[in-house]
Design a protein around this ligand. Sequence first.
Ligand code: FES
Length: 153
Amino acid sequence: MDNENSAIFDDVKALLGNLPKERNQLVPLLWRVAEHQGRISKSAMEAVAALLDVPVADVFGVASFYTLFEDLREDLREGVPAYICSDVMCALKDSQKLKEAAEAAATDRKVMVKESACLGQCDYAPAAWIGGKILREASCEQVRTAVREVSYE
Ligand code: FES
């Protein structure tokens, strides 16, 4: 590992912070990388793979699947994004009500509520991703609380 890749690895390791080293933390960790580094480089994907003990191909697949990562920098200019999954599994579990709850809670906050494609949490639908935090089997109350607790730092 050269110096640049070593620095990126250390950076991603620091971003992992208190997240469990589990595959299901792939999306939250990629979020942190995208937010902090402004993009998800090949070296960062390799670091994520090593830290979570998942194949690099899986990390690339997830990072390239989600348009969220491409939109993130733009979205952050308008406010902290609150993504509510509106894909099939979550829609069947009434994710529209979560979106309405998020919008109601976000009226006086710099939180931008957006619908998103699948967040990779289908087994725990409905799902939301608010301020970098994944909510599984989310309730309207949990969404309202998450929107109110969003940090702008
Ligand atoms: S459809 Fe909502 S998390 Fe997959």
